[in-house]
Write a protein that binds this ligand. Sequence first.
Ligand code: ATP
Ligand code: FE2
Length: 337
Amino acid sequence: MAGEWTLGIESTAHTFSFGLVDGEGKPRPSASDTIRPSEGGIHPREAADHHVELSTTLFSKILEDNDLTPSDIGAIAYSQGPGMGACLRTGAAAARTISTHLNVPLIGVNHCVAHIEIGREQCGCDDPILLYVSGGNTQVIARLDGRYRVLGETLDIGIGNMLDKFARKHGIPFPGGPVIEKKALEWLKENPNPSLEGLELPYAVHGMDLAFSGIMSAANKLVSNGKPFEAVCWSLQEHAFAACIEVAERALAHTGKTEILLGGGVACNQRIRDMSSIMCEERGASSHCPPRMYCIDNGTMIARLGWLELNHGRTTSLLQSGIDQELRTDQTPISWP
Ligand code: ATP
Ligand code: FE2
């Protein structure tokens, strides 16, 4: 008899990760590994090779960490999209193999929706506005009529991608976001009352949408013109995060909802967490953020969404199990409360 645990496999980009939820949908920390290119951006083929090499190790590790054997697994969920084709294919292939071998159901899930659902589970929020800020995605989302609808999003690059590119230009390897956060804190330590004068960057809000490549170019120019790198890191965070928080606030106002939920890798940043809390406090709303291990890409969130889908009657046949690099947040029907 198959077990009651759901395994989740995440492989949309740099990170390959296996996670689990138990029969009640309760999450367990993932076993993950992230490829960090020594120079330049991510090469999808190299990332895919990294993922393939690690499949067996990570699968064994997640079972060992939880004192389980393969027969305890009752379903396999994997990221079906969006993401890089070569990376997605490795996760899907691993999922098909394990599902066929164990003869248990396969569930292809939407990576963006998984970020949302792990956040709801961890924070216990009911009907939040989601501020999803990651490397590839920047979206403000609300649930409406059985879908997560995108109310606003980046018109060019994701906010994390912008931070990583800016960092890379100044010699900082991937992931640049956490280093920028550290540099900004160093600037604040030296300048307890900092001023944005001389460090202004363009406005990134366009109606309900956002844009980040202009901010990045302007930040690069400030550094070329001799502004201290730490100061520019601080200003970049202030401008880019304020833009996201402004759109999220407008989404609260338009929908009448009263909760904000942060998700995605950039939600690890303490400054964006604080800005969200301040904004929510000012309008009598509440701000929520899952633990950092569930903000970055992780297999557990895939397992959690797979468990939800399975319990609401959806599985994926082998024929339907192909990946979809362009899968949109609002393409996935939401049939659970
Ligand atoms: P998605 O497919 O959802 O776009 P992703 O591939 O970007 O996900 P995530 O793990 O969700 O992966 O996010 C990674 C991003 O988060 C990177 O751009 C990284 O720089 C950023 N990040 C991580 N920690 C921080 C931090 N403390 N401050 C700012 N950015 C951060
Ligand atoms: Fe992600």
